[in-house]
Design a protein around this ligand. Sequence first.
Ligand code: GSH
Length: 213
Amino acid sequence: MAEFTLVIGTKNYSSWSLRSWLALKRCAVAFDETLIDLAAADRRGKILGYSKAGLVPVLIHDRLIIWETMAICEYLAERFPDAGLWPGEPAARAVCRAVANEMHAGFASLRTHMPMDIRNSYPGVGLGRGVQADIDRIVDIWHDCRQQYGQSGPYLFGGFTIADAMFAPVVARFKTYGVDLPEQAVSYCNHVWECPDMIEWRAAAAAETSVVA
Ligand SMILES: N[C@@H](CCC(=O)N[C@@H](CS)C(=O)NCC(=O)O)C(=O)O
């Protein structure tokens, strides 16, 4: 049994699970995965067996149980400082935290109208009320981060950080729903979409058979 266990939901659909999973992968530590089928009728009982909050992801480390994606990411950043989950420079780190939290707290329209569905393709679908404004704000964030902090690599702050983990499900949504994006945003999406960890997650999502209505 590995030192860490990450309890996650169905990979095709569980955007919050993807975020924590990507952050944990960057830590290069062995971990066990416990996958709960989010289409199953008994899923709530199963999740409650790990966390009274009733939501995945949940990170288990020894006897410590951590729920909530940002708390999981913060814990990993503290335990694995060499993973670079936050940028080293204080100003970049502050902005990285701001955009990660903006993603965590916001973009309700995008989430509602374009739920993550990695293995499917629905070009042109999902542009409900407020979605274009969410897309525009996300493109704006990506542009500003890349311009100001992204010189050392292809991600928002150069190397892969928690901000990229937070936006990875947005990249997946933009791919599924064929969202029109400016060139710089397309390039960022492609880097995230094609990174080895994302390819591994996508392959697992494609192999799943459970369907959430
Ligand atoms: N605020 C939570 C949100 C977690 C969340 O909404 N998880 C969804 C799956 S992506 C869930 O557990 N849903 C329960 C269900 O579908 O029954 C976090 O940041 O981790």
